[in-house]
Design a protein around this ligand. Structure first.
Ligand SMILES: [Zn+2]
Length: 378
């Protein structure tokens, strides 16, 4: 408080009230929350002539003690390795003799309610242990190259003079027997048998915008509800997505009347394509052109590839091709179009798909397999 006032009244500094409090707070190793407290304590002192009592009854002020906060964080880090953090863990930890002794001056007591509050304060949310799939491979060379290209494109888009509105697409599948797999429960609770399997599923595919939330225009919406499965609407494929995108673009254009440009972003995570029959896959692709080839016999044509520059590459010759109308192009042609065909040529694949480790250019299959658009769909 004195620090704040000294800074504030220093004629050489001409700091604002807020700036003075933040500087004083930072100098003492605290942040903006503490600065706000400082300001209100000073106001309180000026009006009541009473100094604030340092009682640590309030959870925030207790957590502001960095030693204590750090001790809790470390402890949580330790136990989170085994998967779960429960509010009870904090209670146990705070009540432990070691902690009680170490922070004897603070007279630590804690309730479950406060522990839960602290968990949120410490930016932890209770839940199932996250699996690592979203991190896997993010540092891989080809993925980094893809990301770099992506960022460059984004930069170019935003450098233009258009008013750009981001439109993101995502989909989510809900299961009839979805249930919370975690709950704040007492450790003595008995396990109750639960039905196996996930049950009927419903997929929701929709667009969000940076300006208006969901992409809707009056009653019109692009949202698609899809019952996946062979007895229902089939599977959500590129075909359906393209139709939905068409509709989304119509809605977007109707809504903006040309004053803005929509930049559509799609999540290409593998989990999103696991049901798509037309997903890109280099497996079983013939090396040369082939009439009527699809990945699964009688299945849909494979969806177009996505090049590093954001363009699409159809994997089939166009319908008006004079010689091979609608034929599958074959791996060689696809690789040639990507400018990756080596002078000495390539075999379709190494023996039994056993490529030499770390090689990325030993065979057609490996080359395509390492392409970002294929990687993202394995
Ligand atoms: Zn190979």
């Amino acid at each position: 408080m004195v620090g704040t006032l000294n800074l504030y009244f220093d004629p050489n500094l001409s700091l604002s009230w807020r700036e003075a409090s933040v500087l004083a707070s930072k100098a003492a190793g605290y942040g903006v929350y503490h600065a706000r407290s400082l300001r209100s304590w000073i106001h309180c002192y000026l009006t009541t002539k009473k100094l604030p009592l340092h009682h640590y009854g309030q959870s925030q002020s207790l957590l502001e003690d960095e030693d204590l906060s750090q001790a809790i964080q470390l402890h949580l880090q330790e136990i989170s390795k085994s998967g779960y953090i429960r509010a009870e863990d904090i209670v146990d930890f705070i009540s432990s003799p070691t902690m009680q002794e170490q922070f004897a001056d603070k007279k630590l007591t804690i309730t479950i309610r406060r522990a839960r509050h602290w968990l949120h304060k410490l930016e932890r949310r209770y839940g199932k242990k996250k699996n690592g799939m979203y991190i896997d491979g993010h540092e891989r060379e080809d993925v980094v190259a893809y990301q770099t290209g992506f960022l460059k494109h984004m930069e170019e888009y935003f450098r233009g003079c258009f008013h750009i509105i981001l439109v993101t697409h995502d989909e989510s599948t809900f299961y009839a027997k979805d249930r919370r797999k975690n709950q704040w429960s007492h450790k003595d609770n008995k396990a109750v048998p639960q039905a196996k399997g996930e049950g009927q599923s419903l997929m929701i595919s929709d667009f969000l915008t940076s300006e208006w939330g969901r992409l809707v225009d009056g009653d019109e919406e692009a949202r698609l509800v899809f019952k996946a499965g062979k007895n229902h609407d089939g599977y959500f494929t590129c075909e359906e997505l393209l139709q939905q995108v068409d509709k989304a673009i119509d809605i977007f254009e109707g809504k903006t009347q040309g004053y803005a440009v929509g930049l559509f972003l799609f999540d290409n995570a593998p989990s999103h394509q696991r049901r798509a029959l037309d997903a890109l896959s280099a497996r079983k692709m013939p090396k040369g052109p082939s009439n009527g080839w699809t990945h699964k016999k009688g299945g849909p044509k494979m969806c177009p590839g996505v090049l590093l520059n954001g363009g699409f590459q159809g994997l089939y010759f166009s319908d008006d091709d004079p010689l091979m109308s609608g034929w599958f192009k074959g791996m060689e042609h696809i690789i040639r179009e990507r400018g990756l065909w080596p002078d000495q040529g390539l075999n379709a694949q190494c023996e039994s798909f056993k490529c030499e480790e770390r090689r990325t250019d030993c065979c057609c299959w490996r080359v395509l397999f390492m392409q970002p658009d294929f990687v993202n769909q394995k």
